[in-house]
Design a binder for this molecule. Structure first.
Ligand code: FAD
Length: 389
């Protein structure tokens, strides 16, 4: 088999990269080790920055997002007794959209299977080789059990945090990893109940952080700060609803409850691996970096990476010019670190560490960001996503 760009992983990063390259006349093959059903059902991010929406529309996969997505002009930030609303259009002229990552992935897969390049599910033993030459190859076993070799001009490692690409880049470049593990996790639920709020609620509370998000007019997504080693069995639905109601309580406001359809504990970490390139192997998305979900940045960063990478690969493969692939890692990492800082900052401001001195600092920061237009604008600009280069 031969293609111009071999793409490992059919998450949002790999699928969108394939789509962007297809639109520029570059051939790709996407290799995914899970089934289509598994990939489409994975419940993850749900907030799209303005640039992500613009990119999906420009790539011709924004029609359902425009019909079913929910445009949001702000968030509520809460601490006991106060629920402050941030008006994003007024503060920075941008908005965000609520549209589940699983829906983005479904739209991209449908487009690719309809008129796009090959997308192979349920492959195994994926192994990129010779990535430090101009003729990298990917060895893999296809869904029928046949050993295959995909010859490429470049390889995109969009295989997420547990993929095979990052270790090759680290080993080949003597790269470096920066990491922070937080002493808490999120217990997230999906519930069949209309959201009890117009905008997302981010709530600081002495018992710990709570968040009210949504997926549609009839489906709510809610989170509670818990210990990282928390057993999900210790959280029957009643206990979850009670804790959510306590942590987000405000006079005159009621949290509506409904059947819980999904429940999981998500660890929280910040992780950045540099550089994002080794020879003709390029990392993008979670393969290179992870942020805690508080800033809603993971999916959006993956989109920003592949937007840069697509332009760089077109320049390399269509014009034989290396300037943009040579600067790809540094340019991508500039945004990665900005988002890593913002995600760390939101996380640190809103989660209880158990230290009462920290709690006073958090409350001071919350009062500042809710009362100063300059501080609010800084939050709004980062939350809605800084414009792409
Ligand atoms: C449980 C969870 C909840 C999250 N919640 C949020 C949230 O609320 N808000 C937010 O902003 N972000 C959230 N994120 C982060 C966000 O979902 C990710 O940043 C986003 O999925 C990154 O996309 P990606 O394509 O880079 O990686 P992924 O979505 O991880 O895709 C990688 C793909 O590669 C495949 N793969 C892996 N190894 C191989 C291999 N060897 N061969 C072939 N294929 C392979 C995987 O099966 C997967 O399909 C969450 C992440 C997780 C894990």
């Amino acid at each position: 088999m031969r293609t111009q760009v071999g793409i490992i992983g059919a998450g949002p990063a790999g699928l969108l990269l394939s789509r962007l390259l297809q639109l520029q006349g570059i051939d790709t093959v996407v290799l995914e080790n899970r089934s289509r059903g598994y990939v489409e059902a994975r419940i993850r991010a749900g907030i799209l920055e303005q640039h992500t929406v613009d990119t999906l529309r420009a790539a011709g996969v924004g029609a359902r997002l425009d019909r079913e997505g929910m445009q949001h002009g702000g968030i509520h930030l809460q601490y006991p007794g106060t629920r402050h609303t941030f008006d994003f259009p007024e503060l920075c002229g941008r908005t965000v959209w609520i549209y589940g990552q699983s829906e983005v992935v479904k739209d991209l897969i449908a487009a690719q299977l309809e008129d796009g390049p090959p997308l192979l599910f349920e492959v195994s033993d994926v192994r990129p080789v010779d990535v430090d030459t101009d003729h990298p190859r990917i060895h893999f076993t296809d869904a029928e059990g046949n050993a295959q070799v995909l010859e490429c001009d470049a390889v995109a490692g969009t295989d997420g945090f547990h993929g095979v690409s990052r270790p090759l880049v680290t080993a080949g470049t003597g790269g470096r990893v920066w990491e922070r593990t937080y002493p808490y996790a999120w217990l997230g639920i999906l519930a069949d109940v209309a959201p009890s709020t117009d905008e997302l609620i981010y709530a600081w509370h002495p018992d710990g952080f709570a968040m009210h998000s949504m997926r549609s007019p009839s489906v709510s997504r809610l989170y509670l700060q818990v210990r990282p080693d928390e057993e999900i069995e210790d959280w029957p639905d009643d206990r979850i609803w009670e804790a959510l109601a306590t942590r987000m309580a405000l006079p005159g406001w009621t949290l509506e409850t409904g059947p819980v359809t999904e429940k999981s504990v998500l660890p929280m970490r910040s992780f950045v691996s540099t550089p994002m390139r080794y020879g003709r192997l390029f990392l993008a998305g979670d393969a290179a970096h992870i942020v805690p979900p508080t800033g809603a940045k993971g999916l959006n960063l993956a989109v920003a990476d592949v937007t840069l990478l697509a332009t760089a690969l077109v320049r390399l493969l269509a014009e034989q010019r290396t300037d943009l692939v040579d600067s790809y890692s540094d340019r991508a990492l500039a945004r990665v670190w900005r988002c890593t800082h913002f995600s760390w900052w939101m996380t640190s401001m809103l989660h209880r560490s158990g230290d009462d001195f920290d709690a006073q600092l958090q409350l001071s920061q919350l009062r500042r960001v809710c009362s100063s237009e300059a501080a609010a604008r800084e939050l709004a600009e980062n939350y809605t996503g800084l414009p792409l280069e």
